[in-house]
Design a protein around this ligand. Sequence first.
Ligand code: ZN
Length: 163
Amino acid sequence: MSDMRQLYQEVILDHNRKPRNWGAIADANRHAEGHNPLCGDHIKLSMNVLNDKIDAIAFEGHGCAICKASSSMMTSAVKGKTVREAEMMVEEFRGMTTGTLNPETRENHLGRLKVFAGVKDLPSRVKCAILPWHTLHAALTSVVSVSTEGEADPIPGSEIGGQ
Ligand code: ZN
């Protein structure tokens, strides 16, 4: 077993057992729900964006270990980030898990999230890992509900650097 593979399993198990930022933000000003019918993952994301920064973020719902671990790591990673930085990470995570961004050769902000690089070789798991990121994108752009049904990658185009 490679080091990366082992790290991946340890991180998934740890975050699945003790998800970070679990629950709901009472006075949230952004929220969204994400569904992955293929696996049965269903998460609710709530957050408070203050002065263009993600001041508070939490998630709840039910999902497989990969979805829960990815949600847990996503919330930890974007807390305190600006909306723009968070959207950039959505793009990078998408790129990494769909194989268009190699995190070892291209500069990125993924940090520990790189343990998810391996899911690109597990097509049925990509949606589980990417669901919290789609949901984050939906919450940031005020779409209330997203589903990974149908389209492999429901986010249309890149909005990074566009405006
Ligand atoms: Zn799943």
